[in-house]
Design a protein around this ligand. Structure first.
Ligand SMILES: [Zn+2]
Ligand SMILES: [Zn+2]
Length: 334
């Protein structure tokens, strides 16, 4: 065995052990996250909210933010990301599902939004060599779930499952509400820090939550606001470019290869920044109303994962020749 091959096999083994640990630790991460989020919400409503002014306005606004935070975390953990062998999905409990706007002219096409301003074409398919399922383009095999996921983004231990077509919107909205709520916690809870530390002699600590718990949640909020805020901005930028996390890496390779032969790579899923964001959140023309971004409701994505909106005049990416597409299989072929 060549030394380089031995090193490669060793890395593969380490990677597989890492996957196993990530998979096994998932439920503990989710349990920890639920406890910390709920404690944060209790701290806010027990310690910070009573000190706010204009309570008839601020109390409902804070309740709505907390509700979005909790519900989107619940959704992102419990809504399956969309596996290639899943049956087509409908809608469920009318209390949790937003009502779709009636289209100007009804054109029946199951599972796929069809509008005059966007061209949606059928996805090409390949067979996954790991699970032997036929998978449409933008699907990838998750090594931890051992299944092919529609519009695979990444496997997140913090939700103990993949981020894919059906839960990616909840994932981004959860992050957005996490940043918003930790920001509010940090700014509005600043005065209570001095109370909790015992520096404010006129105002002794008279809340149900112990001082140490409040201080811990405050520090955690500040750290999370910054860290998740940066990740959220990066994720929103990828969405605006019409790319998933996996595609962002693949497209860098395509761009380099195309440039080497004097060509230019064009991502055919990129319909312009606003249109990409509109399609991702499935709002705007022929989508759902904008209030679905501020109420914790469920909605379906614009596609069933087997057809994709493309740039006008594009059937596939420009600058990538047939057979050059990167697949999940490369790492096994060495
Ligand atoms: Zn697969
Ligand atoms: Zn997974």
């Amino acid at each position: 065995m060549k030394p380089s091959r031995a090193v490669f096999k060793c890395f593969k083994w380490l990677e597989r052990q890492g996957d196993r640990i990530t998979g096994a630790a998932g439920p503990y991460f989710v349990g920890g996250a639920v406890i910390l989020i709920c404690m944060g919400v209790v701290c806010f409503f027990d310690v910070i909210l009573p000190s706010l002014r204009f309570l008839p306005v601020t109390a409902p606004a804070c309740t709505l933010i907390a509700l979005n935070l909790l519900m989107h975390y619940y959704y992102v953990c419990t809504v399956p990301p969309g596996f290639v062998d899943d049956p087509p999905r409908g809608t469920g409990n009318p209390w949790l599902w937003a009502k779709k706007r009636l289209p100007a002219e009804s054109r029946a096409l199951t599972g796929v939004r069809w509008s005059n301003d966007v061209t949606i074409t059928r996805a090409s398919t390949t067979r996954c060599r790991k699970c032997t399922q036929i998978k449409p383009e933008r699907s990838h095999h998750c090594r931890i779930c051992d299944k092919c996921v529609l519009k695979y983004d990444h496997h997140c231990p913090g939700i103990n499952q993949c981020v894919g077509l059906h839960n990616e919107r909840h994932f981004v909205l959860f992050r957005a509400y996490l940043v918003l709520s930790t920001f509010c916690f940090g700014v509005l809870g600043y005065d209570q820090i001095f109370e909790a530390l015992g520096f404010n002699y006129q105002q002794p600590w008279n809340h149900h939550v112990p001082e140490v718990v409040f201080l811990m949640e405050y520090i955690l909020s500040v750290v999370l606001c910054l860290a998740v805020g940066i990740m959220l901005l990066w994720h929103l930028w990828s969405i605006a470019l019409g790319e998933t996390s996996v595609e962002a890496q693949d497209h860098d390779v395509y761009r380099r290869v195309a440039k080497e032969r004097g060509d230019e790579f064009v991502n055919s899923y990129d319909l312009g920044k606003w249109k990409n964001l509109e399609l991702f959140f499935n709002v705007g023309n022929n989508g759902y109303p904008l209030y679905t971004l501020v109420l914790p409701l469920r909605i379906n994505p614009y596609t069933d994962g087997r057809a994709w909106a493309r740039r006008e005049g594009y059937e596939r990416h420009r600058g990538v020749r047939a057979g050059e597409e990167l697949t999940d299989d490369e790492d096994e072929e060495y």
